[in-house]
Design a binder for this molecule. Structure first.
Ligand SMILES: Cc1cc2nc3c(=O)[nH]c(=O)nc-3n(C[C@H](O)[C@H](O)[C@H](O)COP(=O)(O)O)c2cc1C
Length: 300
């Protein structure tokens, strides 16, 4: 997830039991612009394997160039995932992300050219269609399967829904019945148990947890933050911050960590004084000292 599932977060999620790492989506067209190791959105750690690098774009050649470049630089994730789900206007209106749902022949060409390279396992993440009047998930999934895509993940909403309404898990079940390749379901899962139930119910290969994992990596362990005292959460929060500081440098980590912190503490009534201390720290060290146990002694 863009802005959240970066390398530091994914390491934490993996320690908690996540089964596979998907990188934040990255434009296929910029992959060749600088050394892979400097591309924060797609680098990964060996301990994360299996890792799937997710790319978006609207031209087969962009994806092919990106895949060749990654392979030439000996950058070897287990797979490349084609993003066909992003609903953000500046992506989907240009025919990328969920925009590809409106052009199945183009999506199929992107998939087939990537598959033909025979360099990475190719997968795709789709939505149910552009809008209610054009739900084409079965057609999209079938087209991708026939081009040799190995797995499909389905976020069970349309592009026009964005994140509104509820995910239609019956539609995910239909996809799983229709295609032979493994299907991953996604949308509105609130717990590990929820995910297991849906996997069993619809005979899926797995399930993807999105927003419910923000500030809640314990979800992969079968726990939710709301069932944990703050003192139980703090060691993970501090470890996450340290990993961010190593990855981004101290100042940027302090800034980027704010949204994670908001999510980690979202169910607690934090005093305005402590809040302002936490959210005004400009270095990771400063923030770390605000995350000491005694700062939170009122919140048990
Ligand atoms: C902030 C944010 C960033 C996201 N970034 C990505 C992304 O880079 N790639 C992707 O496939 N989906 C992305 N998504 C969509 C989620 O992966 C997921 O499909 C969606 O949130 C529905 O699942 P959920 O109900 O469990 O959150 C993002 C969602 C959010 C809220």
């Amino acid at each position: 997830m863009a802005g959240y599932s970066d390398l530091p977060y994914r390491l934490i999620a993996r320690e908690m039991g996540s089964a596979v790492s998907f990188t934040e989506f990255s434009p296929a067209v910029t992959v060749t612009h600088k050394p892979v190791q400097e591309q924060k959105r797609i680098v990964f750690h060996e301990s994360e394997r299996p890792v799937i690098v997710q790319l978006f774009g609207n031209e087969p050649a962009q994806f092919v160039r990106a895949a060749l470049y990654l392979a030439e630089t000996d950058f070897r994730p287990e797979g490349i995932d084609i993003n066909m789900g992003c609903s953000v206007q500046r992506v989907s209106s240009r025919g990328s992300g969920a925009g590809l749902l409106k052009n199945i022949p183009l999506a199929a060409r992107i998939a087939s050219e990537l598959v033909k390279l025979n360099l990475f396992a190719i997968s795709a993440k789709i939505r149910l269609g552009w809008d209610d009047a054009s739900k084409n998930y079965l057609e999209v999934a079938t087209a991708l399967e026939s081009e040799g895509v190995r797995t499909v993940s389905v976020h069970a909403r349309t592009k026009s829904q964005g994140y509104k309404g509820s995910a239609d898990w019956d539609a995910i079940g239909e996809v799983a019945q229709k295609v032979k390749i493994p299907v991953f379901g996604n949308g509105d899962l609130q717990s590990h148990e929820d995910a297991q139930t849906r996997i069993r119910q619809h005979r899926l290969r797995g399930a993807l947890i999105g927003r419910a994992a923000m500030g809640n990596p314990w979800i992969f362990l079968g726990k939710n933050k709301s069932d944990m005292a703050l003192s139980e959460r703090l060691p993970t929060i501090r470890r996450h911050l340290s990993l961010m500081a190593n990855f981004y440098g101290s100042a940027m980590a302090a800034r980027l960590f704010r949204k994670h912190l908001t999510a980690y503490l979202s169910d607690l009534d934090i005093s305005p004084q402590l809040r302002s201390k936490l959210f005004s720290a400009v270095t990771a060290e400063g923030l770390r000292s605000c995350l000491a146990e005694d700062c939170f002694s009122d919140y048990e």
